[in-house]
Design a protein around this ligand. Structure first.
Ligand SMILES: Cc1cc2nc3c(=O)[nH]c(=O)nc-3n(C[C@H](O)[C@H](O)[C@H](O)COP(=O)(O)OP(=O)(O)OC[C@H]3O[C@@H](n4cnc5c(N)ncnc54)[C@H](O)[C@@H]3O)c2cc1C
Length: 793
């Protein structure tokens, strides 16, 4: 079997096809895809010795190439050579193109018609349009290709597997260049000979095809331009960010403090300080390598909008002059292309490349042909996020491997569920099993502030899309039920205990090294879901796990037997006891066991010496409600700790992966949102992944919507958490009035009801609530009462 196939998509080329196929057959097996010709193209090709694939009607070059590529991949070839059926390509160039392809296996090889006499292969107007379009394509791909529209190419099989053409017509060539480069493939040009076929008119329709290419490019250009603008804006705005501004303001206040009695001197001191800051910030700025990149981004910001109309003008000029040998010979030489050269000089893309995220991601990807995948999806972690994702992916008919490090049942923090979790458990088909387990029912959340003695219980409301109750669950039992349920789905393989040690992505999928029982094995999947919880597996190895400023808190927790119980339906409520050094959670389980834990401000922990367990006892002693409640209790588990658990990761999605649950972010456990967010994000993620498999599209942009939904879903929680540590917020929160639906909205958010959809009424009530908090802060400040947020402690 040959290692390549020569693919010729044709439409009504009966006149030239016999000569082309005879010439091409000398260099390998030929597959002619007849795009619904109305002449004898298929018969001529077959008679000349080509394999023929006939499309029932004219479907366009894109579909012809797609079908041909599919056929070629099924034959197991390593490379597919494409050339046009109009006879303009010389078959004897094929060996040179194949040689270049063998030397650069990670490249798409393009036959370039624009040699030293480049100006003579097409009319000058069209050549100019090609060069302007070429500038943008090169800008987008980071390559330097002269003949971006050449159809004479060698595609590696791996590239065709990873990048299926979606466009047709003359956009196809452009699309394949941009998407191949984005998937990490190199673009290499090899000069070829162009044959002018006398009397033959080009199929290129300048207005229709030119505009189609222009529109396709414009979308990409605007996206890149927008991204570069954001890069510039982020760099310019950094000095004004809160993390830089706050210390600067503090230093400024300290610097001018001694002149406070004299307004003129104070103003001068403040002015001098500010000027000095500006000088320090910008000193030597232009020598910074980043500044060069920023200058180029600035140039592009000017260049792109200027060049787009120019490209259009060139395309319209190209309308004159049909593409025929006579026209080419008659056309005046287009002369040197000053425009592209000028922009190339002022806007050097190589310099900019390191700044751009997808250029960074594309570099260094291995191009060797990967082995077939063992599973469609590999899920790292079998907690609530991983188990939910695996169950729903298997329902979408994907094969899934879940790798979980720990043997279950195992202790885990995070035991209070939200009501919105229950419909989700129902959709998973595990709600009845959860009910049978006999977990205690939670009807509400009670808050008590030791300093102000304010106390309030939020009871979940009836008549909502979620029930008016939830459960308090020992996670050892709950996680075991979810993972068992996932394992029972057809198509799910559970590896447990097993550790994912390392992963490596390529354009076709991901290879993972998994160790279990002292042995190591490689697993290959087409997609990866990171559900590794606070380990944030991918971000800690290939991205960033950024702590959330001001939330460097520490949690200390354990289970107790014989702790106080509240009577009646209040027994199962989660209780939050706020005291000076932080707050305690009090989560009762069915039977006689209660989970008690405290979240401490970082400065409380920093100021202490000695082991954390001792600190736990000391904190219990400082919180009256907790020490009274634990008077008769005995601790039945070791004391566990979690420190610096507030973070966000980057990236959340990427080519062939996405993260769910705690592997994306965790901020604060105050509103018991963690398990629900993990499971809900896994449900959203599974739906996106199943769709991605149907469309065979796995690039990171495909999953941007998921990341957006995660962020908007968690926003209401984060907003409450940020304000929760302010006394002005607590005062309003613990004395809620049911005006403008505020009480309803707070309980809705606390129930998890704002994640998937936040109705306008709820949004407005939330704004009303936070307006009241702002007014209260202002009143407290006027009365000289503290307003400082404990978030920063
Ligand atoms: C102090 C504190 C209190 C909390 N209280 C609550 C609460 O009351 N209610 C609530 O809903 N949430 C709470 N949470 C949050 C909750 O614990 C998490 O949000 C939730 O467990 C996230 O689920 P997950 O599936 O994303 O991650 P996890 O439940 O952490 O599961 C991740 C799994 O991945 C496995 N894993 C990790 N790395 C690998 C690897 N390389 N290979 C194989 N397996 C791996 C781990 O063993 C683990 O089992 C609390 C969190 C903290 C810190």
């Amino acid at each position: 079997m040959s290692d390549h196939l020569i693919l010729i998509p044709v439409f009504n080329e009966a006149a030239t096809l016999d000569r082309i196929v005879s010439g091409v057959r000398r260099h390998g097996t030929v597959l002619v895809v007849d795009d619904g010709s109305t002449d004898r193209s298929a018969a001529v090709a077959g008679a000349a010795g080509a394999d023929v694939l006939r499309l029932d009607r004219r479907r366009g070059k894109g579909e012809a190439l797609r079908r041909g590529a599919r056929d070629a991949l099924a034959r197991g070839v390593d490379r597919v050579v494409t050339l046009d059926g109009d006879g303009q390509h010389d078959p004897d160039d094929i060996p040179r193109l194949l040689k270049a392809a063998a030397e650069t296996p990670d490249a798409l090889v393009i036959g370039c018609r624009l040699g030293a006499d480049g100006a003579r292969v097409m009319p000058s107007g069209r050549l100019a349009a090609l060069r302007v379009a070429g500038f943008f394509i090169n800008w987008l791909t980071g390559a330097s290709i002269a003949d971006t529209q050449s159809g004479f190419r060698v595609y590696p099989a791996g590239l065709l597997r990873a990048v299926t053409p979606r466009r047709g017509g003359f956009v196809l060539e452009t699309e394949m260049l941009i998407r191949a480069a984005a998937a990490g493939w190199r673009l290499v040009e090899v000069p070829i000979t162009t044959i002018h076929v006398r009397g033959r008119q080009s199929r290129f329709r300048p207005a229709r095809d030119g505009i189609a290419v222009g529109v396709y490019l414009a979308g990409h250009i605007l996206r890149r331009w927008g991204r570069e603008m954001l890069t510039v804006a982020a760099a310019l705005l950094r000095p004004f960010s809160a993390e830089r501004r706050r210390p600067r303001h503090r230093a400024q206040a300290a610097f001018a403090a001694s002149y406070r009695g004299n307004p003129a001197a104070w103003a001068v001191a403040t002015g001098v300080f500010t000027l000095n800051c500006v000088v320090e910030t910008w000193r030597g700025w232009w020598r910074d390598p980043r500044a060069r990149c920023l200058r180029m981004v600035g140039t592009a910001t000017v260049a792109a909008p200027l060049l787009l109309p120019l490209a259009l003008a060139h395309a319209l000029r190209a309308r004159r002059g049909p593409y025929s040998a006579a026209a080419v010979e008659a056309a005046p030489d287009s002369g040197s292309d000053r425009l592209t050269a000028f922009v190339g000089r002022v806007y050097c893309q190589q310099g900019l490349a390191p700044l751009l995220p997808d250029a960074r991601a594309a570099r260094g990807r291995p191009a060797a042909r990967p082995r077939p995948a063992d599973y469609d999806v590999l899920v790292v972690g079998g907690g609530p996020g991983g188990a939910t994702a695996a169950t729903l992916l298997a329902r979408g008919e994907l094969s899934v491997a879940v790798v979980e490090r720990e043997a279950f049942p195992r202790f885990h923090v995070g035991e209070s569920l939200l009501p919105a979790n229950l419909p989700l458990l129902g959709r998973l088909g595990v709600l009845d099993r959860i009910r049978q387990q006999g977990f205690i029912t939670k009807y509400g959340a009670s808050f008590h502030d030791q300093e102000s003695e304010l106390e309030y219980t939020f009871y979940f409301r009836e008549g909502r899309p979620w029930p008016h109750y939830s459960f308090e669950v020992p996670r050892a039992e709950f996680d075991q039920i979810l993972l068992d349920h996932a394992r029972q789905q057809r198509g799910v393989t559970l590896l447990q205990p097993a550790l994912v040690e390392e992963v490596r992505f390529d354009p076709d999928g991901v290879d993972a090294r998994v160790s279990a029982g002292g042995a190591t094995r490689d697993i290959r999947a087409r997609f990866l879901v990171d559900a590794s919880g606070r380990d944030a597996f991918l971000a800690s190895r290939q991205g960033r796990r950024r702590p959330v400023p001001g939330l460097g808190k520490v949690a200390i927790f354990a289970h107790f037997r014989g702790a106080r119980r509240w009577p009646g339906r209040d027994e199962g409520n989660i209780r939050i006891f706020i005291f000076e050094d932080g707050w305690f959670w009090w989560i009762p389980f069915a039977g006689d066991v209660t989970s008690v834990g405290c979240v401490l401000h970082a400065r409380t922990v920093r100021g202490r010496e000695g082991p954390l367990p001792e600190l736990f006892d000391a904190m219990i002693g400082r919180c009256r409600r907790v020490s009274e409640g634990l008077e008769q209790a005995e601790r039945i588990t070791p004391i566990h700790t979690a420190a610096n658990f507030s973070y966000q990761v980057e990236p959340v999605v990427g080519d062939r992966f996405l993260c769910v649950g705690d592997a994306v972010a965790f901020v604060d456990p105050i509103f018991s949102s963690g398990v629900y967010v993990a499971m809900q994000s896994a449900e959203l993620a599974a739906a996106e992944i199943v769709r991605a498999f149907r469309e065979d599209r796995f690039e990171s942009a495909r999953f941007a919507g998921y990341e957006r939904r995660f962020r908007t879903g968690t926003n209401p929680f984060f907003r409450f958490i940020r304000h929760y540590y302010e006394p002005a917020f607590l005062e309003v929160f613990l004395r809620p009035r049911n005006v403008a639906g505020i009480l309803d909205t707070i309980t809705g958010v606390l129930a998890g009801g704002a994640f998937v959809r936040i109705p306008l009424r709820m949004r407005l009530s939330l704004e009303a609530f936070f307006a009241i908090v702002r007014i209260n802060r202002w009143r407290r400040r006027r009365r000289g009462r503290p307003v400082e947020s404990r978030l920063e402690w």
